[in-house]
Design a binder for this molecule. Sequence first.
Ligand SMILES: Cc1ncc(COP(=O)(O)O)c(C=O)c1O
Length: 392
Amino acid sequence: MEFSKMVRYLSDSLTLKINSKAKLLQAEGKNVINLSAGEPDLDTPAIVKAKAKEAIDKGYTKYTSVSGITPLKKAIITRYRKKYGVELSVDSVLITSGTKQAVHNIVETLCGPGDEVIILVPYWLSYPEIVKISLSKPVFIDTSKTEYILKPKDLEEAITKKTKLLILNSPCNPTGVVYPTAILKEIASIIKKRNIHCISDEIYDELIYDKKEGNSMLSLINSPLDNIIIANGVSKTFSMTGWRLGYAIASQAIIKSATKLQAHTTSCASSISQYAALSAFEDAESFINEIRNVLDKRRKLAIKLLSTIDDISFPEPEGAFYMFIDISKFYTSRISTSIEMAEYLLDKCNVATVPGAAFGDDRHLRLSYALSLEKIEEGIRRIRNGLLDVRR
Ligand SMILES: Cc1ncc(COP(=O)(O)O)c(C=O)c1O
């Protein structure tokens, strides 16, 4: 069968692949430590679940308006007023089925054949694929030599007449890096000056540690939303990955067009998930501190343990819940790529990691520390032994 050119051009999701292999091995009874998952192991807050059940009982089980229910948009507006001091209008918010769909909607609303989209390496693995689906072209800037932070000069140089969009992600998956406010400001001013757009994916904005405040791109621009679009959602902050609920914040013109697109794809986000997200914002604020504290303890342990392994290096994560470790000094003639290393660690050491190749960097592995302290300790012990064995 001949599949479409676009689908043939897409890459497989290496995270999902390794995750399902790890689950398969676990089902066969193997004691696999899964450091590959992109979601916290905490349960969704009980109040959110209760309010979702209540929504079902009240009959909120029908299509909502395409762009989402007004109370949820208002709760998001309140969040941005309280956290970032910005004032938004209801028609600058689009509720989506996950942050992923928010990014999709905006890329497809703004970009098409002939357009270029700047993506920073290492990247969240869906960005290049989403850009390919829009039939525009991903253009990559390597940030590994600039401490995983985009330098304004590099952005200026990468912008061409075809550039439509930059996709930025702070705190970053996979590095955990959080952009300094001064750099975000410079980037925002280049975006405006060169008349391109920027999607700022801020899905981890509540997961920033050491009291360092994360800045939303929104709080850094004086003018209305014009060129900046925010993508965010409840998946990580409230441990709600399965509810599939996200949102985009943008100018009214962009939201109007993105809503048109959504009307012909998913129609609207799940009504029940929208009420659950409303409850998350209204009733579960204390959960944010709870999850941040839990993850911070795990982050500190992961940093401490990984620091004792000679010949690996990593940027110290300040946000999100990942560590991006450079294991290339352990490459041999037998294992010389991140995929081979991740397969070896899974097959021989029962520990699942994500190959850096999935994020555009073949020297690294991504580990998630969103699991118990015991599992982190055991998982890193297995990695250490596995790496040492490779050299024997
Ligand atoms: C940077 C980034 N953006 C977006 C998403 C997708 O989030 P959602 O579950 O809201 O679609 C993820 C999930 O891993 C992510 O890491």
